[in-house]
Design a protein around this ligand. Structure first.
Ligand code: TXE
Length: 468
């Protein structure tokens, strides 16, 4: 049995309670891990509180040097980290390598940001300086879809703004995060960054800890709501990046072939297990048949299999719960009159495999359209009027992202302006940038990640009024 809790820079033995990490490609046990005890969670928070006394005074230059060394180590160990990601998460190795590479670039981008100090000059001669100060100890709780990348998104903005942090990765995919925290610990003082392992129970103990100043969370809306409700007594802040049901609206002036490739890529990225994947596709009636024909062609040329095999282009769903959920949504959509467009290939017997599935002739009111599938099944809906499709797109209780596909950028922009979501892409989707704020409206979240806006959510303002 492996134990991987890293507290105060040390690998520590967990409790007698264990959990298994499975390979989603064959359901074999990769390792069994001892969960962190509440006492160990407390130790990690205490170590972070202690480390914060020094870390909050570290110079920006030192932080940036550390980040640069961490990014270099990640690149050097890219193959090994990607192997771990594929083993625990299921995505093809090439995509896992992209995840590692993008993580390293993201760290470098965060290093390049400057934390601003604003100076206000009052007419009477008083000067006011507004600083962005660190919060203290941040808790991070991460999911299983992009385990390495999302850990980078949580840890580095908090560290850059001179906070200390304790992470709890998903119990399904802890291995690549442990590796990341090991690398971080080579280049930051003890206690600055720890990781505790376990199920949601451990996450709950961590996120409710009174000495945590802020919780940054990526996962389901239900768990996000629970974290928010428990933040009341200690008035801790939260950043919640929750589910989505991103709409794509395709107008009839697009180039079908190239658009189909891009739409397929953004709907089925990571087997659809991406918060900002395209999850409901509305297609103008004039190109509906052509586009679905092309999408089916792309779906059927995917090689579904174990992500470790070289020719695999499409990996399994990450866990049994998600596999059952997506299967049930597909069956229900077909039972409700949806037209299954894709043929199911022969799939390996073990493992959570679902081939990319396209279902047409759907409408709102069917769960596959209204809910987040978070898996390889895309509902396709025909529309004819733009005002009508905008209204239908905005019916969702989610508001993470959306996209408009057209050669007429002005027209696309008019539609984008009316969509009720935190990000709208024109002629792309799920195309995230470290420079742009990314956050959900409605039940998709609270706060922002990325860019200066996301960074400053790990700070609090201090205004110093200077009268002479
Ligand atoms: O999420 P959970 P689940 C969506 C997707 C999926 C659904 C459920 O639709 O089908 O959520 O997935 C920890 N206090 N997304 O059940 O439970 C947990 O251990 C503190 C969207 O896996 O939210 C894990 O580390 N922490 C999404 C993390 O929360 C708790 C990514 C996420 O798990 C906790 C994943 C508690 N009470 C799923 N309970 C996205 N936005 O990208 C659980 N956790």
């Amino acid at each position: 049995m492996n134990t991987h809790v890293i507290i105060n820079g040390e690998n520590i033995q967990g409790s007698a309670e264990t959990f298994k990490v499975l390979n989603p490609a064959n359901e074999e046990v990769i390792t069994e891990i001892a969960s962190a005890t509440p006492e160990q969670v407390n130790q990690a928070v205490q170590a972070a509180t202690e480390a914060f006394k020094q870390w909050k005074n570290i110079s920006d230059k030192e932080i940036n040097n550390s980040f640069s060394k961490i990014a270099n180590d990640i690149r050097q160990e890219k193959k090994e980290i990607a192997r771990l990601i594929t083993l625990e998460q299921g995505k093809p190795l090439g995509l896992a390598e992209f995840e590692v590479e993008a993580g390293a670039s993201w760290i470098e981008y965060i290093a390049s940001l400057e934390i601003p100090v604003e100076t206000i000059q009052e007419p009477g001669g008083k000067t006011i300086q507004v600083y962005n100060r660190p919060l203290g100890v941040v808790a991070s709780i991460t999911p299983w879809n992009w385990p390495f990348m999302i850990a980078v998104w949580h840890l580095f903005p908090a560290l850059k703004t001179k906070n200390c942090i304790v992470n709890k990765p998903s119990e399904y995919t802890p291995l690549s995060t442990v590796k990341l925290v090991e690398i971080i610990n080579r280049h930051v003082p003890k206690g600055v960054c720890s990781v505790v392992l376990g199920t949601g129970k451990v996450g709950q103990v961590l996120s409710e800890h009174p000495d945590i100043a802020k919780v940054t969370f990526t996962g389901s809306t239900r768990t996000g709501q629970s974290i928010l409700s428990h933040s009341v007594n200690t008035l801790k802040g939260v950043v919640l990046e929750l589910g989505g049901n991103d709409v794509g609206i395709v107008l009839d002036d697009i180039d079908v072939d190239s658009t189909a490739e891009k739409i397929f890529g953004s709907a089925f990225l990571n087997a659809g297990q991406t918060c900002a994947a395209l999850k409901r596709l509305y297609v103008h009636e004039n190109i509906y048949e052509d586009l679905i024909h092309k999408l089916v062609e792309i779906a059927e040329r995917q090689v579904v299999g174990d992500g470790q095999e070289e020719n695999t282009t499409f990996g399994p769903v990450q866990n049994r719960m998600q596999f059952n959920k997506v299967k049930a949504l597909i069956e229900d959509a077909i039972a409700q009159g949806g037209e299954l467009l894709t043929q199911a290939p022969v799939l390996p017997e073990n493992g959570y495999y679902i081939a990319p599935t396209l279902i047409a002739n759907l409408r709102e009111g069917v769960a596959l359209v209204d809910e987040e599938q978070f898996g390889p099944a895309l509902p396709i809906i025909k529309f004819s009027e733009i005002d009508d499709v905008i209204q239908r797109a905005n019916q969702s209780s989610f508001g993470l992202g959306g996209s408009v596909w057209s050669q007429d950028i002005e027209k696309a922009q008019e539609i984008a302006n009316q969509l009720e979501c935190g990000t709208v892409w024109i002629n792309s989707h799920a195309d995230l940038s470290p420079a742009a704020p990314f956050g959900g409206w409605k039940l998709s979240g609270l706060g922002y990640s990325f860019g200066l806006d996301g960074l400053l959510l790990f700070t609090k303002k201090q205004a110093i009024h200077i009268s002479r």
